[in-house]
Write a protein of this length. Sequence first.
Length: 139
Amino acid sequence: MSNLALFQEKEIRCHWDAKQEKRYFSVVDIVGVWSESKDPRNYWKVLKNRLTKEWSELVTNCNQLKLVASDGKKYLTDVADVETILRLVQSIPSPNAEPFKVWLAKVGYERMQETVDPALSLERARENRKKYGRSEKWI
């Protein structure tokens, strides 16, 4: 199953792999949003080359799947799972990626605190249930 996800009102091609129970996202689409490059394919090609020279395993963790392109045809496209995408954003020097990096750092810090004090994760779960309209009785 292939479909689209939206990030900052821009389409990101993605694919759900039911066997692995993972969602894969088009790296070129993500790089295009975060870098604001006029040529995201070339930006990814240069970044991929740099990461390979640095012996980064990020490129190794990318796969290729046939995704529908803007011309309606399917082409092999570099894709990555969420974990790899989260690591990839750290390699993109762009003001557009910076808010995402700050958010990742905040979430990571909160999860580290919850490891030390599990009661914090219960409180966060209660707050999230309230945000989504659950009653106190349900919570």
